[in-house]
Design a protein around this ligand. Structure first.
Ligand code: HEC
Length: 134
């Protein structure tokens, strides 16, 4: 098994367990800590415990606006988190959260409902990331 898929599996297993009872009250910050902090760091500075195991280097997430002329790049960040369309290249080390979040709710909500659930989680994460911009 490749290191990246092993890490992804380990992270997703952990997040699936801790996220399961919280389906109704997932705040962006809770989601961030569960799904993103292992790589991007609790403070969003890119030094999570998994970061040193990833070959490409993990960016911090608090300068997204700064790198985009002071404007939070909303669509780009949605696409990066979702991972199913848009700006991410092949071979990205980042898990594809759109599919993961959708899978969490598929049994309960069906194809259409689970898509809405996934987009809701991504939107919560988006607002949280916007709130921690420097
Ligand atoms: C397994 C490690 C890992 C996890 C977990 C992870 N990421 Fe990432 N992320 C990366 C890496 C590595 C990059 C650098 C580019 C790439 O490989 O896609 C990145 C890039 C990004 C970027 C682009 C940053 C920039 O400067 O352009 C954003 C935004 C982002 N991640 C958000 C998130 C969010 C939100 C989560 C949680 C839902 C998350 N990431 C979870 C590894 C991870």
């Amino acid at each position: 098994m490749r290191l990246a898929s092993f890490l992804t599996a380990a992270i997703l297993t952990g997040s699936a367990i801790s996220a399961a009872p919280a389906m109704a009250d997932d705040t962006g910050q809770t989601l961030y800590v569960d799904a993103c902090a292992s790589c991007h760091g609790v403070a969003g500075l890119g030094r999570g415990p998994m970061a040193e195991l990833i070959t490409v280097g993990v960016p911090g997430l608090r300068d997204l606006s700064e790198k985009n002329d002071g404007v939070f790049p909303m669509l780009k960040v949605i696409q990066i988190i979702d991972g199913r369309t848009g700006v991410r290249g092949h071979g990205s080390e980042m898990p594809v959260w759109g599919s993961e979040f959708k899978a969490e709710a598929l049994d309960e909500a069906g194809v259409y409902g689970s898509e809405i659930y996934a987009r809701g989680k991504i939107l919560s994460l988006l607002y949280y990331l916007e709130s921690i911009q420097m």
